[in-house]
Each structure stands twice: as C-alpha cells, then as structure tokens.
Design a protein around this ligand. Structure first.
Ligand code: SAM
Length: 293
C-alpha cells in the first residue's frame, strides 16, 4: 500500500487519488475517491478546492474537509432553510451567515414572501468558486434578492437590531474563523438582531461524533430563547450521516406552527410536510443528551 500526501487532505492510495478527512474522531475517518481536482487555491482564510469525486459528483472542500457534494447538498440546504421558513409566521427579511456554496440562499428565495437575503460570508473566494465551478449547488447566477456581504458573520450581526425574521447560521465546523459562531456572545447578538417574533437556526454538528458541541449550542440558546428545538436529518457526506440543526425562536414554537401548505410548489427534493413534522422527533440518546423528557 502506497500512501503519499499530495495536498491538503489528498492521498495517493494504490495509484488512485483519495480525499481523506484530515482528522479522525473515535478512530473513524471518511475517504472519497477523487477523479480530478477542478480547482485548488489558498484564500486569505483557507484552502478552497473543488474536486470531482468518483461517486458523489463535484464537492466543495475547505482545508481538506468536504463541505458539500452534488449528490446530497439538497438535504442539508433544504433542512437549514425550509424548516424555519415554513414555520415562521411571515418571513420577509432573512440573514444567512456563512453558506458560501450559495445552496441555502437559493432555497430561501424560493419563498415569495422573502424580500431579501443578506448573505454574510467571510471568504469571497468560496462564493466566487461555487458560482463558477459548482452551479449545480450554487445555482450559478444569484437571485437579485440575495445581497452579498463579505465579512465575519459575528461582526455583521453585532451591528444589527430587530432587523431579521430568520437568521440561519450555515457555518463550517467550530474551528478557525467559524469557532466564534458557536459562542454565547454571537447568540446574544443574533437574539438582538431578530425581530420580536424572529427565529434562528444553526447547524449543530453530529449527535454521535460531536455531542459536546450539540449540547453546548442547545444549552446556550435555551438561556436566551423560550423555544429551542433540535432537529435531525441524514446527510451522507457528514461523518456518520446523522446531522443536527438547532432552531431557537422568540415567540413561535416551530413544533406547533407547521405551515405545511407553504411547502407546496416549493420545488424540494427532501423536505415535505412529513419531514417537517417528523424531524423534531428525537431518539432516546439525543433526548438524554439534551436533558429533554
Ligand atoms: N453546508 C456545508 C456544511 O455545513 O459543511 C457548507 C457550509 S459553508 C461552505 C460554510 C461557510 O462558512 C464557509 O464558506 C466559510 O468560509 C464560512 N464561514 C466560516 N466562518 C465564518 C464567519 N465567522 N463568518 C462568516 N462566514 C464564515
């Protein structure tokens, strides 16, 4: 066996190129067989790459970590946008933090009531590369209701007050520039930036591989919001497949206010009324972790 490093996360293995998770957790790491590297450059923040995998289509890779793939991007992008947008009473002003692949922004503008999506991405290179090399996920030509802001999401949110109906935090893992997006001062700023009936959602990692992160996010948000609901989806690309999102709401309990008819004609591949209602039903080990009855 010949394992030889050929770039961040890339190894040659028996004559083929593989993208291998840079770190394993609990002795587990995922590997993707790569046919071609379509783009690779280091930005001011991270190494940004697009690769053509053997079976998952094209993938966006940041610092050697697969962020999203053509095969399953729709699951994550729909879950982080449609769940809040189909449960908020009347979403008009939306803010997306991170989400440089532009897939979530594309889902948000499927709602006619959404007048504006402020997309706050720290790294313009991720947006540029996704629009150019990943139109299958980004949608290519951005909708005019999406406004791009290139800065740290925490600094942006700090300047807003009672501005947004929905804030979705589509961040990378809590390391490097994204670490701040998992901290209490950021959540306090998000709470201030939301209107009185606003809600926020964030990706909160895996209940199996990152239970500490998931629990911390949940407990921090419970100190600020009356309704905090964790929900799950299966995203094959992420370690272990099972992925969590945490929704925090100022007035409306998302479990009691499923406005399922809004999903009709939304052109979704994953979220429907059944998923919307069922995603909040948690298994025993997750309820135990979050101290829920
Ligand atoms: N949906 C995928 C996932 O969960 O892995 C992709 C997430 S998206 C690519 C994450 C984005 O967050 C990256 O483009 C990264 O540059 C951006 N990001 C990280 N820290 C940030 C910050 N502090 N402010 C704004 N954007 C940030």
């Amino acid at each position: 066996m010949n394992r030889q490093a050929t770039g961040k996360g890339m190894v040659e293995w028996d004559g083929a190129l593989w993208l291998s998770d840079p770190e394993d957790r609990f002795g587990f790491r995922a590997n993707w067989k790569v046919n071609r590297i379509l783009y690779r450059e280091t930005s001011a923040f991270q190494e940004v790459a697009v690769v053509e995998t053997d079976g998952f289509g094209k993938a966006l890779v940041l610092d050697g970590i697969v962020q999203t793939t053509e095969r399953d991007a729709f699951i994550y992008n729909e879950m982080i946008t449609h769940i809040p947008l189909a449960t908020h009473p009347h979403p008009e002003q939306v803010c997306l933090i991170g989400g440089g692949d532009c897939g979530a922004a594309g889902e948000a503008v499927k709602y006619p009531s959404v007048e504006r999506v402020d997309m706050v991405e720290i790294d313009p290179k991720v947006v540029e590369v996704s629009l150019t090399h990943l139109p299958e996920i980004s949608g290519g030509d951005p909708n005019p209701r999406i406004r791009f802001h290139y800065e740290d999401g925490a600094a942006f949110v700090e300047r807003q007050e009672s501005q947004y109906d929905v804030i979705a935090v589509d961040s990378s893992d809590p390391v490097g520039p994204a670490a701040v997006l998992f901290e209490k001062p950021f959540y306090r700023a998000v709470h201030r930036a939301l209107k009185e009936d606003g809600m926020m959602v964030c990706q909160s990692e895996s209940p199996v591989f990152h239970p500490d992160v998931m629990k911390r996010v949940h407990d921090s948000l419970r100190e600020l919001f009356p309704f905090v609901r964790t929900y799950l989806a299966t995203v094959p690309t992420y370690p272990g497949g099972i992925w969590s999102f945490t929704l925090a709401s100022k007035q409306v309990d998302p479990m009691a206010s499923v406005v399922g008819e809004r999903l009709q004609d939304r052109d979704t591949r994953y979220v429907n009324r059944d998923v919307l209602e069922g995603c909040f039903k948690l298994p025993v080990y997750v309820k135990k972790l979050l101290d829920l009855k």
